[in-house]
Design a protein around this ligand. Structure first.
Ligand code: SF4
Length: 315
């Protein structure tokens, strides 16, 4: 391909991230600072720092939230125990959990009620995974986290005829498919969601990177290291044979990456990376390489998730 900077589509903000940020912004507007947010509302340093400057206070433990305060749950969701704790403390809660994560929570709660055993495919310690595991509370069944085939091999399932799997929403599509196939080889009766739990934004961004990565020499993914879907985009580009780097912003671009006559460059961004950072990265790439940017065709995303009704009402 010509020496250009190819901008893949879709890239950047998804509907769940836009909604979560809008919930924090609206709560600050309506109630004033401080507004407490459990965990980084989305995994992006720039977004979190901007909201912090406006008066959002990010906490991990509800003990840090004063009585009578406003509390927002992050886009990744919370375990049922945290929801219960907030309720017991009479905190005013607005839930910024992405509706596509909540959908998985509903599945797990229903399976818990039935005492089915559930395998959760996801990354250990990720807040979305902890929240989903925390939807299960039936001692007659069980929920087990599986990150890889070795974890799956170690499982001791009580009733393979009553076994289900769910997944984190931001996994690598290829890797999760391989892992599901492995689970099926171990437990042929295992059942999964009718439609994959991996969300539309993850799917679309990975498809877009896959279609370009074989044709460029280098991929830049804009996103924070804490962002699961951004990391998966970088790994995917690398697995297609090009060098790939994850950067928070233009200051992390290293001129040495472009030395020695680099060919074309692909640019994408994780679902929590704002446009302003993508623009700044592209400007810097233009200055360093002298290449022109070009938008790639891609799926147009039309999803929009509204903020909670009770937060909308008094605007
Ligand atoms: S990446 Fe997917 S699951 Fe996560 S907030 Fe965006 S739409 Fe929701």
């Amino acid at each position: 391909m010509d020496n250009k900077i190819y901008l893949v589509n879709p890239r950047g903000f998804c509907a769940g991230v836009s909604r979560a940020i809008s919930i924090v912004d609206t709560a600050l507007e309506r109630f004033g600072a401080p507004v407490y947010v459990r965990h980084e509302v989305v995994h992006n340093r720039y977004v979190v720092d901007s909201l912090r400057r406006k008066g959002a206070v990010f906490i991990e433990d509800l003990a840090e939230v004063p009585d009578g305060a406003i509390l927002i749950f992050s886009a990744h969701g919370v375990p049922m125990s945290v929801e219960a704790e907030a309720k017991n403390r009479n905190l005013t809660v607005f839930d910024a959990t992405c509706p596509l994560v909540s959908k998985v929570h509903v599945e797990v709660r229903a399976l818990s009620k039935r005492g089915a055993e559930v395998i959760m495919i996801g990354h250990r310690f990720h807040p979305e995974v902890e929240a989903t595991l925390g939807q299960y509370d039936n001692p007659d069944g069980g929920i087990y986290l599986v990150e890889n085939a070795q974890d799956a091999d170690r499982l001791q399932i009580r009733d393979p005829n009553n076994l289900y799997y769910v997944t984190q929403t931001t996994l690598s599509i290829t890797e999760s498919k391989t892992l599901v196939e492995h689970l099926r080889s171990l437990y042929p009766q295992i059942r999964g969601p009718r439609k994959n739990d991996i969300c539309y934004a993850t799917q679309n961004r990975q498809d877009a990177v896959r279609s370009l990565a074989h044709k460029v020499d280098l991929f830049i993914v804009v996103g924070s290291t804490s962002s699961s879907n951004s990391n998966r985009l970088r790994e995917l580009a690398e697995s297609c044979g090009c060098r790939a780097y994850l950067v928070d912003d233009e200051s992390q671009l290293d001129e040495a990456w472009f030395a020695g006559g680099i060919g074309s460059i692909g640019v994408t961004a994780g679902a929590s990376a704002p446009d302003i950072l993508i623009e700044r990265v592209v400007e810097r790439l233009k200055a360093v390489t002298g290449y022109r940017p070009e938008e790639m065709p891609g799926i147009e995303e039309k999803r929009n998730f509204e903020i909670p009704k009770d937060l909308q009402r008094s605007l």
